[in-house]
Design a protein around this ligand. Structure first.
Ligand code: PEP
Ligand code: MG
Length: 564
C-alpha cells in the first residue's frame, strides 16, 4: 500500500490515530452446525452472549442519552430489552437441547421472532432490522467475529468504512473519532455533511480505504484529502501546527456576515437537531438556515409523536430568540430513507423517486402533523420561523405547500430549489412563496445527472460547474425581482471561495455546517460586493469547474490572507 493515499477532502482539519474499521456483515452460521454434546455449557455460552449484547446496548443507550440523542437512547434501550426477552432465551435453549450449536441456535431462535414481527403490520415490521442487529451481535460474539457497526475503542481513532449511513453516525462521540475516511461518498454525501457538522476532518471517495489494517496509524488531512500511512511524529506535529495557525487567524472574525463594503449577508447554520445548537452558537451563526428535521428521526421505526416534534423544534427556536430559523419539512427518501415513510412502490432510482415534498402525496397527515407541531412550537417564541419544503418541482407544488403552511398558522412558507425545473421557472415559484433556499447538493446532482452517493462521480458533483452557477443566478434574479430572499443552504455555501461567488450571483444568505462559518465570514469581510460580482461573472464565463474556480480566485485577491 502506498504511504500517502489520495481521496476527496470534504471536511478540513487534521486527525491522527489508529484505524478502526466498520466491520462488514456477519455471516449466517452454518445450517448444520452441531455442538459437541455438552448442552449445558453450550446454553450457558449462548445466553451469556445475549446478556453481553444486552449490556452493551444498554451502555450505548446511556451514552447516546448523555450526548443528547434521546431517540438513539430509546432505540438502544428497546433493543437491550429484546435481547433479554425470556421467550427468546427459551427458544435458544430448546434448539441447543436438540443438538444445535450455540451460534446457529441463536440465529434460528431469532428467525422465529423475525417472522412474527415481519407479518405484524408496518410499524413492527420496521423493527426487524433492530432485531437483526441484536442477532448479528450475538452471533459475532459466539463466533469470535468483529462486531458489526461502529467499532469500539478505548483511545481516539480514525473511523474507516465503505460508507457511513447517517444512522450509523448518530452515536459517534466527536471526542473519540478524530477523522472519517470512506471508500464511497462524494463531497455532498451525508458522511461529508455529518463530518462537517461535527467538525471532524474527513476524506471520502478513497479507493481501498477498508484495506487499511485495524490499528494502522494514519494522519488524515481533511482539507487536502490525503491519508498518510504510518506518519512520523514530526509530520503529525507539522500538520497540527499548520492547522492551529489557521484556526487562530479565524478567531478575529466575529459579528454578522457582510462584505467589506457593508453589504449584509446573514450567515446561518445547517443543523440536524438540538445537539448542533452549541456548535452553531459557538461559531457565531446568526440563525438557522436549514434544520434537517429528518435527521431527528433517522434511527426510528415509528413516526415521532406530536409532543416530541414540538419539543425538538421549540428548543431550536428558543436558542435563536432574535434570529431566523428555517425549518425544512421531512426530506425522506433516496439518501435519507426513513423507516416509517417508505416510498409507495419499488424504486429503481430512489433519487428520482418519491422523496421530499413528493412524499406528502402518500402521507399527507405526516406533513400536516409536522406543520402543526412547528406552529405550536413557535407560539410564544420570538425567533422568526420560516418553513420550507424539499424537492419542489413547480409552482403548483409551491402553492399547495404554502397553502398547507398558512392553514397550519405558519406565516413564512418557502421552498428549496433543488430541481433544475424549479430553478428554470423561478419566477413562477417566487410568486407563490416568501423565500427560496437553494440546495446546491441536490441541484448539482440533478443538473449533472450524478448520484451524490456514488464516490466515483465526485467530479460531476462539483457546484463550481458553470452550469450550476447559471442555475443559481437564474434563481436569485427572479427572487430579487419579486422581492423575495434567496439563500443557499447546500454545502457550496460553506466553501469560502464559492461563498463569495454565490453572493456575487445575488444570493442573500448563506447557511452551512457550523465549523465553516468563521472562514466564510472572514473571506466575505475581505472583499467588496463589486469584487464578488466580478468573480461571479468570471466564473460563469468559464467552460469548466476548474477554470471557474481559478478565474474567481484571481478576482478575489485577499483569499491568500486566509491560506485559501
Ligand atoms: C441540498 O440538497 O443542497 C440540501 C441542502 O439538502 P440535503 O443535503 O439535505 O439533501
Ligand atoms: Mg437536498
Amino acid at each position: 500500500m502506498p504511504e500517502r493515499l489520495q481521496g476527496a477532502g470534504v471536511s478540513p482539519g487534521i486527525g491522527a490515530g489508529p484505524v478502526r474499521t466498520v466491520a462488514g456483515a456477519v455471516p449466517e452460521p452454518d445450517a448444520g452446525a452441531r455442538h459437541g454434546g455438552d448442552a449445558a455449557a453450550e446454553k450457558a455460552s449462548a445466553l451469556a452472549a445475549l446478556e453481553a449484547v444486552a449490556a452493551d446496548l444498554e451502555a450505548r443507550g446511556a451514552q447516546a442519552g448523555e450526548l443528547g440523542n434521546t431517540s438513539g437512547m430509546e432505540v438502544l434501550g428497546a433493543q437491550a430489552m429484546m435481547a433479554r426477552d425470556p421467550g427468546l432465551a427459551d427458544g435458544v435453549s430448546a434448539k441447543v437441547d436438540e443438538g444445535v450449536a450455540a451460534a446457529r441456535a441463536v440465529y434460528e431462535a431469532f428467525g422465529v421472532y423475525r417472522e412474527m414481527l415481519a407479518s405484524a403490520g408496518e410499524y413492527l415490521a420496521a423493527r426487524v432490522s433492530d432485531l437483526d442487529d441484536i442477532r448479528d451481535r450475538a452471533v459475532a460474539r459466539l463466533l469470535g467475529l468483529p462486531m458489526p457497526g461502529i467499532p469500539e475503542s478505548d483511545e481516539p481513532f480514525v473511523l474507516v468504512a465503505r460508507d457511513l449511513a447517517p444512522a450509523d453516525t448518530a452515536l459517534l462521540d466527536p471526542a473519540k473519532v478524530v477523522a472519517f475516511v470512506t471508500e464511497q461518498g462524494g463531497p455532498t454525501s451525508h458522511t461529508a455533511i455529518l463530518a462537517r457538522t461535527m467538525g471532524v476532518p474527513a476524506v471520502v471517495a478513497l479507493p481501498g480505504a477498508t484495506a487499511l489494517a485495524d490499528g494502522t496509524r494514519v494522519l488524515v488531512d481533511g482539507g487536502a484529502g490525503t491519508v498518510q500511512v504510518d506518519p512520523d511524529e514530526a509530520e503529525v506535529a507539522a500538520a497540527r501546527g499548520a492547522a492551529t495557525a489557521r484556526a487562530s487567524l479565524l478567531t478575529e472574525a466575529a459579528g454578522p456576515g457582510a462584505t467589506k463594503d457593508g453589504h449584509q449577508v446573514p450567515l446561518l447554520a445547517n443543523i440536524g437537531g438540538p445537539r448542533d445548537i452549541e456548535g452553531a452558537l459557538a461559531n457565531g451563526a446568526e440563525g438557522v438556515g436549514l434544520y434537517r428535521t429528518e435527521f431527528l428521526f433517522l434511527d426510528r421505526s415509528e413516526p415521532p409523536t406530536d409532543a416530541e416534534q414540538e419539543a425538538a423544534y421549540r428548543t431550536v427556536l428558543e436558542a435563536f430568540p432574535e434570529g431566523r430559523v428555517v425549518v425544512r419539512t421531512l426530506d425522506a427518501g433516496a439518501d435519507k430513507p426513513l423507516a416509517f415513510l417508505p416510498p409507495p412502490g419499488d424504486e429503481p432510482n430512489p433519487a428520482l423517486g418519491e422523496r421530499g415534498l413528493r412524499m406528502a402525496r402518500s402521507y399527507p397527515d405526516v406533513l400536516r402533523a409536522q406543520l402543526a407541531a412547528l406552529a405550536r412550537a413557535a407560539a410564544g417564541t420570538t425567533a422568526k420561523l420560516e418553513v420550507m419544503a424539499p424537492m419542489v418541482t413547480d409552482a403548483d407544488e409551491a402553492a399547495s405547500f404554502a397553502a398547507e403552511c398558512r392553514t397550519a398558522g405558519i406565516e413564512h412558507p418557502g421552498v428549496m430549489i433543488e430541481v433544475p425545473a424549479a430553478a428554470l421557472r423561478a419566477a413562477d415559484l417566487a410568486a407563490e412563496v416568501e423565500f427560496f433556499s437553494i440546495g446546491t447538493n441536490d441541484l448539482t446532482q440533478y443538473a449533472c445527472a450524478a448520484d451524490r452517493q456514488i464516490g466515483g462521480l465526485a467530479a460531476f458533483q462539483d457546484p463550481w460547474r458553470p452550469a450550476v452557477l447559471d442555475l443559481v443566478a437564474m434563481t436569485a434574479g427572479p427572487a430579487a425581482e419579486a422581492g423575495k430572499s434567496c439563500g443557499v443552504c447546500g454545502e457550496a455555501a460553506g466553501d469560502a471561495v464559492l461563498a463569495c461567488v454565490l453572493v456575487g450571483l445575488g444570493v442573500t444568505s448563506l447557511s452551512m455546517s457550523a465549523p465553516s462559518l468563521p472562514l466564510v465570514r472572514a473571506a466575505l469581510a475581505r472583499h467588496t460586493l463589486a469584487e464578488c460580482r466580478q468573480a461571479a461573472a468570471a466564473a460563469r464565463a468559464a467552460r469548466t469547474a476548474k477554470d471557474a474556480k481559478e478565474f474567481a480566485r484571481v478576482l478575489l485577491p485577499y483569499l491568500s490572507d486566509l491560506g485559501l
